[in-house]
Design a protein around this ligand. Structure first.
Ligand SMILES: Nc1ncnc2c1ncn2[C@@H]1O[C@H](COP(=O)(O)OP(=O)(O)O)[C@@H](O)[C@H]1O
Ligand SMILES: [Mg+2]
Length: 298
């Protein structure tokens, strides 16, 4: 049985941040304890129901990718075990598979997105003007079409309650400087290409994905947060992929599609989910972990 955790509770540690999904604690000036909860956010609203085991799946899948891509790009994991830093009396089993000790970095204010296919906001922007983040694409592409080359389509991190906004590469240069911007673009595309090729052999199309990067005190770049999970990516079953419509997926699209059937204004509080939708979502996340990393959590 997966553990269920909607909100972490580690009273002796300093809570720095409760994100939509992760709770972040300071262990020292150099290290963080990051706990992935079972919270599910859709349309940037955290829903009231946890998805049992989701935080464990996200953490295990991220850890898998961080390890696989370590030679391509340094990442925030320290590899240190979590149990020794948990306060006395805390049930270690609840935190074991959903937490990591990470290097404490300075987050760059950029959502580093790579797209290999035309879907979501990319498809919307393309329909409106033939470009995505200022990159002109060939005419006549259909929804979900594969792009001639993967593209870097950054967005700005929105303030709470707002939605992220697609921006041009020049905007990123203006924000973080040309040198870091080039490094982020190259790392994003390298990681995406590597992961997309790997996933393709396992029957999954990674349509797009978002990375977060941070710098250490020396200004070196690391990939951080989570990596290539169903929360940060669109995963499509390759055998059902067909351009011209939005493919079924192993990611949040399943919940989003359900939510679109409701009369909900997409503002907090979010609606209660039916049991079947909770279970269907949990099953899709588990399937992504199994297909990509070969891991089945008990
Ligand atoms: N190694 C790290 N150093 C500093 N901050 C980090 C690191 N890894 C992740 N973070 C930050 O921790 C937070 C994780 O919480 P999450 O629920 O994913 O947030 P969000 O609601 O912004 O998606 C994010 O703000 C992310 O930028
Ligand atoms: Mg996040």
């Amino acid at each position: 049985m997966p553990t269920i955790l909607h909100q972490s509770n580690l009273p002796e540690l300093t809570l720095l941040h409760r994100g939509k999904v992760r709770d972040v604690y300071a262990l020292s000036p150099e290290e963080l304890l990051i706990v992935a909860s079972d919270r599910l956010s859709a349309f940037d609203v955290v829903l009231p129901d946890p998805i049992p085991g989701k935080g464990e799946i996200l953490t295990q899948l991220s850890n898998f990718w961080f390890a696989k891509t370590a030679a391509l790009m340094p990442n925030h994991l320290t590899g240190k075990p979590v149990a020794p830093v948990l306060p006395a009396g805390v049930e270690a089993g609840l935190y074991a598979k959903r937490s990591v000790i990470a290097r404490r970095l300075k987050p760059l204010p950029v959502e580093a997105i790579a797209r290999g296919y035309l879907i979501g906001s990319g498809w919307k922007d393309y329909q409106a003007g033939g470009t995505v983040c200022g990159i002109r694409l060939p005419a006549g592409l259909r929804q979900a079409d594969r792009l001639p080359e993967p593209i870097f389509t950054p967005s700005t991190k929105a303030k709470l309650g707002d939605h992220d906004e697609n921006v041009s590469f020049d905007h990123i240069v203006a924000t973080i400087g040309a040198d870091l911007a080039e490094q982020v673009r190259a790392a994003t595309l390298n990681l995406y290409r590597y992961a997309a090729a790997y996933a393709a052999e396992r029957g999954i199309v990674i349509a797009d994905t978002k990375f977060e990067f941070g710098t250490d005190a020396e200004g070196r770049l690391f990939v951080m947060d989570e990596m290539l999970t169903p929360d940060s990516s669109r995963f499509w079953p390759a055998d059902q992929y067909q351009p011209g419509s939005s493919p079924p997926s192993y990611d949040k699209q399943y919940v989003r599609d359900y939510l679109e059937t409701l009369d909900w204004n997409k503002r907090a509080p979010g609606p209660i989910l039916p049991r079947a939708i909770i279970e269907g979502t949990a099953a899709r996340y588990a399937e992504a972990l199994q297909k990509l990393a070969g891991v089945v959590l008990d």
